[in-house]
Design a binder for this molecule. Sequence first.
Ligand code: DQA
Length: 163
Amino acid sequence: MAARSMRHLALVHGVNLDMLGRRPREHYGTLTLAELEERVARYGRDRGFAVGTFQTNHEGVMVEHLHHLAGSDIDALIVNPGAWTHYSYAVRDALELIAAPIAEVHLSAIDEREEWRRRSVIADLATVRVAGKGLEGYFEAVDELAREVAAGRAPRRPEPNDD
Ligand code: DQA
């Protein structure tokens, strides 16, 4: 596929995900982040997405990167914010600025682990949510986002006062 007809997909990871490969494998598998990014980029490329990757352990850097993405021409976003998922209203508010469909992906089954992991403060912004499927979950998110983009559907956004 010619480069100019590619859609742009941002793949964004948050805190501690640079430690993949060294974190408990029963939850996070054995791939390093670089390997995971490479596999998702290849999968995305085969489905018409140019995939840009980013990871940080710093909340403010994450927020600024999301601001940057909000002002860019991305067509879709996959985000795994790590532990920020469960409490970072700053990351949540920054995600709200993104005008493209968002997939929230977790390697582990957050709903089947500790109580505090069951809450996601970004869930209502996500068009697609996948957890507990490891790398396959990212592939599923790419497929779902490809469908959303092809259909030209508006990204999911909360109703005002829908708390
Ligand atoms: C995670 C789940 C989070 O609860 C955890 O803090 C992570 C990774 C996952 O991919 O399963 O760092 O987002």
